[in-house]
Design a protein around this ligand. Sequence first.
Ligand code: URA
Ligand code: CA
Length: 433
Amino acid sequence: MRMVDVIKNKRDGKVLSKEEIEFVVSGYTEGSIPDYQVSALLMSIFFRDMTDEEITHLTMAMSQSGDTIDLSEIKGIKVDKHSTGGVGDTTTLVLAPLVASVGAAVAKMSGRGLGHTGGTLDKLEAIPGFEIEMTNDRFIELVNKSHVAVAGQSGDLAPADKKFYALRDVTETVDSIPLIASSIMSKKIASGADAIVLDVTTGDGAFMKNLEDAERLAHTMVRIGKLANRQTMAIISDMSQPLGNAIGNANEIQEAIDALKGNGPADLMEMVYVLGSQMVVLAEKAETLDEARKMLEESIASGAALEKFKVMVENQGGDPRVVDQPELLPQAKYKFELPAKESGVISKMVADQIGVAAMLLGAGRRTKEEAIDYAVGLYLNKKVGDSVEKGESLVTIYSNRKEIKDVEAVLYENILISETGTEPKLIHKVITE
Ligand code: URA
Ligand code: CA
């Protein structure tokens, strides 16, 4: 087989065969096919698209390009959850212990990634002592013992995706639904879960800026999951403003603890219950979504979910006393309020730009090497649809530097106050096929 023929076929709009796709993925991973040829193919895919069969072949080839994790020693159905990205997304921190507390096995492998704030792993590391590195055996042991573990990806998972992603990044081919769908699903499939719940975000703070694209991405990933024999479903959620009130690392841990105590912000709780109910049903711990939701609500009310969080923290070397002693979490030196310049209703809080403000404080990293400051972050005192009086605080800013004019400027520019504003719809759709 010759790479030029594969490029020509896709350039001319033909459907690539399984053999052609496997040839490209293995050749590129081992280095026998050069970047420039793969670049040409990626751009052809960008313009010509792929069928579900092609996307599934691409996904499976990438998922088998390196190590795969075997979770068969964990009893029961293992459920995983993945979000295509958001700002202040505290969901996983609440979901993992909550879903585990009703008996489902949550084996969560996360990457770190770049972003406005840390990923779930970084947020957990804000808890003193918390350890995310562990062997696969230890990971399996913890899930069997306590139904929950959150670990960093060990080994070389889907190396083909890493190479493709780096090349897409510099050839303007990231924004392609077949390439995004196969990238995400290849990693999920390689990490061994039986059931996958996807949160496809849409809006300013998300990869998919509009609902139509988000829907297509969600349908595509659900179909790939099923073709790969994984129970898969997706929701499409709004990420035009950040989720919940806290954006950062230690403060998102605090927000998760509050949520597990029954005092979480309404939007975060709605996400948690909708995604969590799906996970519980996929794990066959409840027959209907209503029954699952009741179980989750009861687990929060009884304290069982919070107890599971403590167990998870303790299992992974962290200090469980953070649950009742927030002062044990990293604390910022300074606290500032951002007063509203006028009265009215909040009409917009541009999610990704608010995320940038958190990153400027040091809550996220721009390059892989950068360190995260766990203590800093933002607390949104108002959300879209809330009314505000001139002088009232819009945002509380936790900072380790005294001079924050840059942060304030970004926030003022991206929090709009008008005469009217309505709360955005949080969950647009649930997609099961
Ligand atoms: N997240 C991924 O893992 N891959 C993509 O291509 C886009 C988002
Ligand atoms: Ca949040």
